[in-house]
Write a protein that binds this ligand. Structure first.
Ligand code: ZN
Length: 378
């Protein structure tokens, strides 16, 4: 991936956003329509001042965050301002609403997102009535943004509203087919990523998926089908958590044997959830210690707390508690590092919330809690 930064400011974007000094660019493009060299598919290891094809001064095509978010605002203002060259105004409105939701989440105003999501769903409904459905791409991204922000309740609400309004009377239609797949993928995303600490919403979303898959069966993709089969297996096994965990361990062990993990192992939140529950149960756990070691601990010997934090902190719940146990068990990481500390504290907060007595805490955990919350606060 090309990253570009230099002391001199990057060129402005096509829409006139000027990246500040230190802004990191990802791609350049030639702004002359008949040339258009550069852009998303072009390697950006070197940034020419002028286009090597036609000599026009290049512009910035895309940037790293947070500059891309700022550049997108300028682009949307131009498109909403009615420049006829910049495509469909309904699409610009849908992108504007997604941008507003992203902005709210970035600024800690998650409470504003449900109203924005409703406007997006309304825009999509209005578009469907006139045969120009715009907004399902943005709903798809919104569910992911909400998941990354830990706003699973809002995400479940968006999915319920979306399921109520999606059309599937003519799945030969390109928009209908694409939207149906995006909704199914979003329901699956929720079920695969939402923590087990939101059981009511999870059950509701699971019921939506169970009802929706048969409706769109004729256009189910291989990816959707694979996840659907896996979820039927894991969701059905939830009555006995140890049994479901044993099956998951077996599956993950086979996965690792086929392709040994390099870097962060696949399905880390699930691995950490299993480890967290197993550790909390102590001698009551019926799981074998040996697959716990090979699936939930050993692959993390070469994973940094920062890498682990990026995937477990947004999820919270048992996965973050499990991650704190993982770092502790492996004992090779710097406890004073911010990522280690954030995982440890979030794990203890969650564990406290389960109502367990402080007698179950190790000495180190007790000391950590007291340093953060004061004596007698458990
Ligand atoms: Zn050019």
């Amino acid at each position: 991936m090309g990253l570009f930064t230099r002391r001199k400011a990057l060129p402005p974007t096509r829409h006139g956003y000027q990246p500040p000094p230190g802004g990191v660019g990802r791609r350049w493009i030639c702004p002359w329509d008949e040339c258009g060299r550069g852009g998303p598919d072009h390697p950006a290891d070197r940034w020419p001042r002028t286009c090597p094809g036609c000599g026009t001064a290049v512009v910035t095509f895309s940037l790293a965050e947070p500059w891309q978010h700022a550049a997108k605002r300028v682009e949307l203002d131009a498109r909403l301002g009615g420049s006829p060259d910049w495509g469909d105004p309904d699409r610009a409105r849908a992108e504007d609403l997604l941008w507003a939701a992203d902005e709210a989440l970035r600024n800690g105003h998650a409470d504003r997102v449900p109203a924005i999501a409703t406007r997006l769903a309304d825009l999509l409904d209005a578009g469907r009535a006139t045969g120009r459905a715009e907004g399902y791409d943005q709903l798809f991204h919104l569910v992911r943004l909400l998941g990354a922000a830990g706003e699973w309740g809002t995400a479940a609400g968006v999915l319920r509203r979306w399921r109520r309004s999606v059309r599937h009377d003519d799945l030969e239609d390109n928009d209908q087919r694409t939207e149906a797949r995006m909704l199914a993928a979003s329901l699956i995303f929720y079920l695969e990523e939402a923590p087990a600490t939101v059981p009511v919403d999870r059950q509701g979303v699971w019921e939506l998926l169970q009802e929706f898959i048969p409706v769109m069966e004729s256009v189910v993709t291989a990816d959707i089908d694979r996840s659907w089969k896996r979820l039927r297996h894991t969701m059905a096994g939830r009555r006995d958590p140890d049994e479901a965990a044993a099956r998951a361990l077996e599956r993950l062990a086979a996965l690792d044997a086929a392709r040994p993990p390099r870097g962060l192992p696949a399905e880390t939140p699930l691995r950490m959830e299993i480890l967290g529950r197993h550790t909390a149960k102590g001698s009551d756990s019926t799981l074998d210690a040996s697959p716990i070691w090979t699936v939930c601990l050993q692959p993390y010997l070469s994973v940094s707390p920062e890498e682990l934090a990026a995937v477990v902190l947004p999820v919270g719940g048992w996965p973050v508690y499990g991650a704190s146990r993982c770092l502790r068990e492996l004992g090779t990481h710097d406890e004073d590092g911010p990522a280690y500390g954030a995982i440890w504290d979030a794990g203890l907060e969650f564990y406290h919330g389960t109502g367990v007595s402080s007698a179950h805490l190790s000495f180190d955990d007790q000391q950590r809690w007291i340093r953060r919350h004061g004596p007698g606060s458990w």
